[in-house]
Design a protein around this ligand. Structure first.
Ligand SMILES: [Zn+2]
Length: 147
């Protein structure tokens, strides 16, 4: 699927700006977690044989964190469809959503807990979600005889 030619200079600028915005929430979350002393793995391939990575991972407790941009991943509150090249965008964005769902299902099937963080969420709220998931996973369900 090739990118359509932007319909205007403004559309081209919007496209470039969106790309940077897409990574800003992830960087903010990483920085906030790091400041709290939380150490994570980045861009890990968690599903054997699948060339997909998750943004942040905590392998010991099997918690995966996906940070999603509101535009690129069709946030239920802020997802929009550009008018120019609407068909191309519809296909592209639906593909992203389908891939997100599939990845999440594969992770859950493999015993992972998936935390989804949206671009529009406050970074403190995102940190709380991640820390809660980790603490719940750390609670031992049975004694581990290997330790
Ligand atoms: Zn949103």
């Amino acid at each position: 699927m090739n990118r359509p030619v932007p319909s205007s200079d403004a559309a081209a600028r919007r496209f470039r700006a969106q790309r940077r915005l897409d990574t800003a929430p992830e960087l903010a979350l990483r920085k906030a977690l790091y400041a709290r002393g939380v150490r994570y793995r980045l861009q890990q391939r968690l599903i054997p044989g699948l060339r997909r990575t998750v943004d942040l991972a905590f392998p010991k407790v099997k918690v995966a964190v996906e940070v999603r941009g509101c535009f690129w991943h069709c946030c239920p509150e802020h997802g929009t469809l550009p008018r120019a090249n609407a068909e191309w965008w519809r296909a592209k964005l639906l593909h992203n959503v389908a891939r997100d769902r599939e990845t999440e299902q594969l992770l859950i099937a493999d015993g992972w807990f998936v935390v989804t963080v949206w671009e529009h969420e406050k970074v403190e709220d995102a940190v709380d979600k991640v820390l809660l998931a980790i603490s719940q996973r750390q609670r031992p369900t049975e004694a581990d005889p290997s330790r």
